[in-house]
Every structure is written in C-alpha cells, then in structure tokens.
Design a protein around this ligand. Structure first.
Ligand code: HEM
Length: 221
C-alpha cells in the first residue's frame, strides 16, 4: 500500500510526476540562470558548484523516479539498470566534483571550511552518499558478493531504500540552505527567484517524491 494509493481518489496517479518534473526543472534552470548571468568568468572554481550540485539533484530525482511504482519484473529490472546508470555514472560524479570545486576554491582563497549549516550539511550528506553507494552497489554488483550474494544481498535493499529516502531530503535541505541563505545567492538573485527555486520547488519536489513511495517495500519486521 502506498501513500499515493490512499490519496488516489483525490490525486490522479500522474499528478505527482508532473509536480516533480516542474519543481525539479524550476530549481535546476533557476540555479543555472543565476550562475550563468552573474559574470561567470569572475567566479573561479565556485562557478562549477551550483551548476554541478543542481545537476546532481536533478539526476538523483530521475534515479529515484525510475524505481518508483515498479509492478512487473521486466520494468523492475530495466528501472534498476537506469537507476544504477543515473546514480553511479552521472549523479555521484557530478556532486563529488561540485563539492570538490567549492572545497578547492576555499583552499585557494585560504578560507575556513564548513563554517555554515550549508557547508556542514553538504559535507555530511556527501559522506553519507559514500555509504549509500557502498550498500547499493555492494548488494548488486558482482552478484552482491559483498553481502553474501543472491537473496542475502537483496536483504540490504530495504536499508539502501530507507537511507535514500532520508538522504534525498538532506540534499534538498542543503541546496535550500545554499540557495536561499548564502551570501552569494542573496546578493546575486532576486528574492522572487530564490523563493521559487529554493523554498517552493524543494518542498513540492520532496512531497511529490514521497507521495509515490511504497511503504510495502520497506517492511523491517
Ligand atoms: C546538495 C547539493 C549541495 C551540496 C552537497 C553542497 C555542498 C557544499 C559544501 C560541502 C560547501 C562547503 C565547502 C567548504 O566549506 O569547504 C558548500 C559551500 C557553498 N555552497 Fe554548496 N552544496 C550544494 C548545493 C548548493 C547550491 C544549489 C548553491 C547555490 C545555489 C550552493 C552555494 C554554495 C555557496 C555560496 C557556498 C560557500 C558558502 C558556504 O560555505 O556556505 N550550494 N557547499
């Protein structure tokens, strides 16, 4: 039973998907427009940070979507392939490079690290991501050999799933803090764009992703 099934009489099944596409699109496009229209050549390595982090969050959103409502074995297998490709080949490298860009930039300017909630939550979520990938990859790659293979390894999927549904909001909260509150965005974008991109969009995005979640896939006892 999913939250979406409970809400089915009042929320048609495709609605959350539209909300996700629009809110992720507003967040992504606004971030790129703010960065590209603010004298980008003067930004140094910081230039890559908002671009890559917003790209990574959009890819993570796709990676989650492609696994949600999987009713048949065939769709499930294809979804799992798309999920791994999106996450491991695009999302994780993008967010890692985006974090590296800002950390390196701070080193070059001899600025102190992780002095804001945004920076602290950012580095925390990146470290968490390493564990997320290790459990996800370890339970699938090489037949899940890392966790004993076969159905033994599949037992770990529910932890990966639950952890993913906590980590995703953490990324959104991090993006909210960087986008809505940082000294750079508050001096380089209008309040209307900031409210739309870093308040309204992440809230709608999170709500719509959670509405599609199936609690039946998270039985722990
Ligand atoms: C989930 C996505 C994001 C992650 C994981 C992340 C991570 C980080 C980290 C770890 C730092 C601190 C680096 C250090 O102190 O050495 C940082 C700084 C910064 N980020 Fe992000 N970031 C994300 C999204 C964004 C977005 C979307 C924006 C802007 C639209 C942004 C703007 C900034 C700014 C201005 C700083 C420098 C000021 C500060 O340290 O708070 N970030 N980010």
């Amino acid at each position: 039973m999913s939250v979406a099934m409970v809400l089915a009489p009042c929320v048609p099944a495709t609605y959350p998907l539209y909300f996700i596409q629009v809110s992720a699109g507003v967040f992504f496009v606004s971030t790129w427009v703010i960065t590209l229209t603010n004298n980008p050549t003067s930004l140094g390595l910081f230039f890559f940070h908002p671009l890559l982090q917003s790209l990574a969050i959009s890819v993570f959103t796709y990676g989650i979507l492609t696994l949600q409502p999987t009713s048949q074995a065939k769709t499930k297998a294809a979804g799992l392939t798309r999920h791994q490709l999106a996450m491991a080949a695009f999302g994780v490298p993008a967010i890692a490079l985006g974090a590296l860009a800002i950390i390196w930039n701070k080193n070059l300017h001899e600025s102190p690290h992780f002095t804001t909630w945004h920076g602290t939550l950012g580095i925390t979520s990146i470290v968490w991501l390493v564990a997320q990938v290790a459990v996800g990859g370890g339970s699938v790659w090489f037949g899940g050999r890392l966790f004993g293979g076969g159905s033994k390894a599949k037992q770990f999927w529910k932890y990966h799933r639950l952890s993913g549904y906590v980590l995703f909001p953490l990324f959104l909260l991090t993006a909210h803090l960087g986008g809505a509150w940082s000294a750079w965005t508050t001096t380089h974008s209008s309040v209307v764009v900031r409210v739309l991109a870093y308040w309204i969009s992440p809230i709608i995005l999170l709500a719509a992703v959670l509405v599609r979640l199936r609690t039946s896939k998270m039985q722990f006892f």
